[in-house]
Design a protein around this ligand. Structure first.
Ligand code: SF4
Length: 192
């Protein structure tokens, strides 16, 4: 998919909610570091997708439809792109599924999923439901949205654009636990 260079990635929304500095390192310093940890997560996701294609009780069996994996989505109004892990197309509309290698939600599942939903709607689809598939538990969790999530999504997109324009580094996360497993820890001298 070809889009303008100023389009944000939905993953940046997730990163920003985890810690704004990660977005700064990736968007302003162009550092996009992969660790064994993140590679492990990606590998798990890919293996889960392969297994899901064979699973009888996968969501496509619950909602009879056609399954597609790694679907590119774009929202031209809000200027962002993303990739939905799985989309099930039924006669009445589509279901969206995001795969997670943990059941720990750091507070971004809903906003990230809302980003996918708004993009898919902007592409002309009717979205009937959104789910997170938790790989270790082999479990679907329905994801629903409130007005505050729409507000949060808009605020994050604005904050990210402002950060890129001013190149101002955000404050470190107040949760030191996140820093201990962060791939950018060596860059945050003020935290340790
Ligand atoms: S080390 Fe901590 S403050 Fe620095 S980017 Fe990682 S999570 Fe954020």
């Amino acid at each position: 998919m070809t889009v303008e260079p100023d389009y944000l990635r939905i993953n940046e929304i997730k990163n920003y909610l985890y810690c704004g500095r990660i977005s700064y390192y990736t968007l302003c310093l162009m550092l996009d570091r992969e660790t064994d940890l993140s590679k492990g997560g990606i590998r798990e996701e890919q293996e889960a997708k392969k297994a899901m294609k064979r699973r009888k009780y996968a969501l496509h069996a619950v909602h009879d439809g056609t399954r597609q994996f790694d679907v590119d989505v774009v929202n031209h109004d809000l200027r962002y792109v993303g990739k939905v892990d799985e989309m099930v197309t039924t006669t009445g509309g589509v279901y969206l599924i995001d795969y997670k290698d943990t059941d720990r939600d750091y507070g971004y599942w809903q906003v990230q999923m809302l980003g996918y939903q708004l993009a898919v709607q902007a592409m002309g689809y009717t979205v009937l439901g959104c789910y997170v598939y938790v790989i270790p538990k082999k479990d679907y969790k329905p994801v629903t949205f409130k007005p505050k999530h729409h507000q949060q999504l808009g605020d994050i997109l604005s904050a990210l654009r402002d950060m890129v324009e001013t190149e101002r580094m955000p404050e470190a996360t107040s949760n030191m636990g996140k820093c201990l497993s962060c791939q950018y820890a060596r860059l945050c001298n003020d935290v340790f």
